[in-house]
Design a protein around this ligand. Sequence first.
Ligand SMILES: Cc1cc2nc3c(=O)[nH]c(=O)nc-3n(C[C@H](O)[C@H](O)[C@H](O)COP(=O)(O)O)c2cc1C
Length: 183
Amino acid sequence: MTKIGVVVGSLRKESYARKWSVALAELFPADVEVEFLEIGNLPLYNEEYDENSPSEYTEFRNAVSAQDAIIFATPEYNRSTSGVLKNAIDVASRPWGQSVWAGKPALILGHSISNISGANAVQSLRPTLAFLDMPVLAQPEVYLANSQNYFDEDGKLNNEETRGFLQTVADAFIAHIEKTLNN
Ligand SMILES: Cc1cc2nc3c(=O)[nH]c(=O)nc-3n(C[C@H](O)[C@H](O)[C@H](O)COP(=O)(O)O)c2cc1C
């Protein structure tokens, strides 16, 4: 059983980042367990909390620690990733020397409701994940443009060509996880 944790960088109930993640999660093989790691309850990171961390921090760090691999699904906010996602990354990266991200293969899914497609958000995350020692899937890159056009009223993906692309992404990520963890 391979465990993949999904961190969604939007707290919106109707978030497209979440909808894209759900559509992708459905395409993994049966021996993959996908868990959404919620970040909306995490207090803003404060280094003083390293001494005596809030229970939300501990629970989130433990939840990340239990995963074999991580998907970061990010919207684009002002040509970068969202603050809530960066906060969650910072929380689980500390205390210094105890980051729970290290070594976990990662996938960055970027999206936006414009033609920009979250590309800047994805690029903003790359140096952070490199520093945190997370091998990020290089290809295919996942830039999803005009997200508002891809879901029906029930939140289901409405485009088979795009589902085919997401299947390619799912297959490549599984191969990336196996290669990374078996080396
Ligand atoms: C603070 C803020 C900044 C944004 N900046 C960008 C941006 O730089 N580029 C872009 O394409 N969309 C931008 N948007 C629009 C988002 O793509 C859109 O709100 C999207 O639906 C957010 O993702 P979500 O559906 O997962 O919540 C921004 C939205 C917000 C709220």
